[in-house]
Design a protein around this ligand. Structure first.
Ligand SMILES: [Fe+2]
Length: 404
């Protein structure tokens, strides 16, 4: 973590709006008492309602000299003076330090999307959300550029296997979820052989699939526990609200084609007909929306949410499989399962003989049988096992902690 002199003042903008000064005060004992790391935002001009500010987990800060920072796990604690909002946070880090692709690449596994593309995606989502809040319309120019970059990365990665570590870059659900769903959708679309134009449309729709939620109460969206039927009905408005955003505010942006709108409107339709808003069934649902539905649910299941902890990938896949045909298109789900790595590079696993091993490479099409390196007292140097060739050996379970 970078150490800053204190107090340090930054100017720039956050994804919440623009701010004149951001002052970071690291954790420090003051007068013998420990005082947690804290910050002040001065001169915040923000289109968010204040309750939206209260629940966000990460704060994105872009300084005038081009540096970008994340303030992790921030919590605003005092808004009595709107010109000097005070909060606490766990850390203040350079954004580039937060990218786990670097870790994944150190295991010799190519990341599906490059760090540059991920940064651009982060900025594009920031601009997209900002354009809706500030200008009340979608400015999809940056989104179009970033989808082209994502699609280029994915189509130029041989045997692209979804590296789950690489896409879990940010704690901020709104940001990371949109980018992850676009990435996963593009991977599936690419595997299905969609054309470049169709991939572009799919990616744009996936990146914007939940933008209608910006029109809903943030408190409702992060509610813990069961929703009442009225609350569910309110949340179920978001596909329509999102699709309307495209058409209500100055027409459809030139980068957004009809398939993108279908993704936004129909990503909660279910293959068996139980979804919303129109209860479409099977092939009635746009192919693009059927792809996005799988990406959306998979990413949501594998991410920590206010109301439940993240599922490990193998359990998320099991959940999806249990809903095949009722919720998801079976053929597309099969394509997706062939693409993902349940044990991404870097995962520590226990083998059936009790030895620990580190996954060093996925085997496309063999979810449960990656290439692993046995840890500890190996009987031979470089004891690497390709579990697709040593079929009597298998992974008993993943262990919770990744090596650093
Ligand atoms: Fe949604």
């Amino acid at each position: 973590m970078q150490v800053f002199p204190r107090p340090q003042i930054f100017t720039g903008y956050t994804h919440l709006g623009t701010c004149r000064e951001f002052v970071w005060l690291p954790e420090d004992p003051i007068g013998g008492k420990p005082v947690p790391a804290r910050f002040m935002i001065r001169g915040l001009r923000c289109e968010h309602d204040l309750e939206g500010l209260m629940i966000r987990k990460d704060l994105f800060l872009h300084t005038a000299d081009g540096q970008e920072y994340l303030v992790a796990n921030f919590q605003i604690v005092d808004i009595s003076n709107l010109d000097e909002i005070r909060g606490i946070a766990s850390a203040f880090r350079l954004l580039l330090d937060e990218f786990p692709e670097v870790k994944a690449q150190s295991h010799g596994h190519p990341a599906v999307i490059t760090k540059d593309t991920h940064l651009h995606a982060f900025r594009a989502v920031s601009a997209l959300i900002g354009s809706i809040h500030v200008k009340q319309q979608i400015d999809a120019k940056d989104a179009g550029i970033v989808i082209n970059e994502l699609a280029r990365d994915i189509t130029s990665t041989p045997q692209a296997v979804l590296n789950l570590l690489a896409i879990k870059s940010f704690d901020d659900y709104t940001f990371s979820h949109n980018i992850n769903v676009a990435t996963i959708s593009l991977l599936i679309g690419h595997a299905l052989g969609l054309s470049a134009d169709d991939l572009h449309d799919l990616g744009i729709g996936a990146l914007m699939h939940d933008l209608g939620k910006l029109r809903l109460s943030q408190r409702l969206l992060s509610k813990e526990g069961r929703l009442t039927s009225g609350e569910f009905a309110e949340i179920a408005r978001h596909p329509r609200l999102g699709a309307d955003l495209l058409t209500d505010r100055g027409g459809v942006p030139s980068d957004v084609g009809p398939h993108a709108r279908a993704v936004i409107l129909h990503h909660h339709e279910r293959f068996g007909g139980s979804g919303y808003p129109q209860g479409q069934k099977g092939d009635q649902i746009s192919l693009f929306a059927r792809i996005c539905a799988i990406a959306d649910v998979f990413d949501a299941l594998t991410t920590d949410r206010p109301f439940r902890a993240a599922l490990p990938p193998h359990e998320a896949v099991r959940t999806l499989m249990s809903q095949v045909s009722s919720h998801f298109d079976p053929e597309i789900l099969q394509v997706f399962i062939n693409l993902i790595s349940l044990y991404p590079p870097g995962t520590v696993v226990e083998l059936d003989d009790g030895r620990m091993a580190t996954v060093i490479r996925a085997n496309p099409g063999h979810l449960l049988r990656p290439v692993v390196k046995v840890v500890g007292t190996a009987p031979q140097p470089h004891h690497i096992i390709d579990l697709t060739t040593q079929t009597t050996r298998f992974i008993k379970r993943p262990l919770p902690h990744l090596p650093r």
